[in-house]
Design a protein around this ligand. Structure first.
Ligand SMILES: Nc1ncnc2c1ncn2[C@@H]1O[C@H](COP(=O)(O)OP(=O)(O)OP(=O)(O)O)[C@@H](O)[C@H]1O
Length: 300
């Protein structure tokens, strides 16, 4: 595995305002990585530091072993800012060709690269369209195509699906997933749910501090269930922990219980659990497979 981003003891202040405080993490080539945190947590600041737009107050970042923004990194990493706009005066093909030209491509390469990236985002039919003739989701796809020019190894997308309706947001997530065989994406969002199915590694920024979480692929024989009741009490948890095959019971909130179980011993635990809820007249609301990322991050 190759290390794309190496960040050590990074801090950043705007004047006296401390935004990032001694954060360290690595990003290896592979599945998309999520950068999540509430509004104002410092996600865009971290992107700006990684792009070399601003310098850290303290600490060090290396992108592919090089300083951010250096020539050696230029074509290997692309950044799509949250508010990236297409120029309404030029058609899609003209704009993308300009970016190809800025990467030093010949006119012939500019044409073939523009066609290649538009095809990747299924927008090849819009090569001659003006941005004003495209929907918001289509413009976003074109902006993503622009970030794919030159086949970068690392692509930073700031709020890639912000402002998109659920259908278009899902299409963008699917697109990122498809492209992830060749490109490592760092995706920022303030919405944890949106990234949880896509990413294995989550960087959570809160109050300038970073918490890192790696989503464990569930082992072959251990599965998790989240049981939601209208109201729960400790006896319910105790009773569940005594069921055959249950390996761990964790209280998540006043109404939620996370249950781990061994499928070799109790493959039908979901059915058993439903039956017990019914027999015991527990105020059942919902039983879902797995645990949400929000649960994992905020109930440790
Ligand atoms: N150029 C700047 N000068 C002063 N303060 C800034 C500057 N840029 C950002 N900040 C402050 O730094 C903090 C982090 O901002 P940043 O934009 O990095 O957060 P974010 O996590 O990207 O937020 P959002 O989810 O709202 O986009 C905020 O409190 C913001 O007001």
């Amino acid at each position: 595995m190759s290390t794309l981003v190496h960040c050590q003891h990074l801090s950043h202040r705007y004047g006296s305002k401390q935004v990032l405080n001694d954060i360290s993490f690595n990003i290896e080539a592979g599945a998309p990585v999520a950068l999540v945190g509430p509004n104002g947590a410092g996600k865009t600041t971290l992107f700006s530091l990684m792009s070399g737009f601003i310098l850290p107050s303290e600490g060090r970042i290396e992108i592919l072993g090089q300083p951010p923004g250096s020539m050696a990194v230029k074509n290997q990493m692309q950044v799509l800012p949250q508010d990236a706009q297409l120029d309404p005066a030029f058609n899609v093909g003209e704009q993308l060709k300009l970016y190809c030209r800025l990467q030093g491509m010949s006119p012939k390469q500019q044409q073939s690269e523009t066609e290649r990236v538009l095809e990747l985002v299924s927008m090849q039919d819009s090569i001659k369209a003006k941005p004003t003739a495209l929907s918001h989701g289509m413009r976003k796809r074109v902006a993503i195509a622009q970030a794919l020019i030159g086949a970068p190894k690392l692509v930073l997308l700031d709020e890639a699906t912000a402002g998109l309706d659920p259908l278009h947001a899902r299409q963008i997530r699917e697109l990122i997933q498809q492209l992830s065989t060749d490109i490592t994406f760092l995706l920022s969002s303030h919405d944890l749910h949106e990234l949880e199915r896509l990413c294995d590694q989550v960087l959570l920024l809160e109050h300038g501090q970073l918490r890192e979480h790696r989503i464990q692929t569930q082992t072959n024989n251990v599965r998790q269930l989240t049981l939601v009741l209208a109201k729960k009490d400790p006896q319910i948890e105790q009773k569940i922990s005594q069921l055959t095959g249950v390996t761990e019971v964790r209280s998540l909130s006043a109404t939620e219980i996370l249950i781990s179980f061994d499928t070799d011993i109790a493959a039908d635990l979901p059915v058993t659990l439903m039956a017990v809820c019914f027999e015991q007249q527990w105020p059942f609301k919902q039983l879902t497979s797995g645990a949400s990322l929000e649960t994992v991050l905020f109930t440790q």
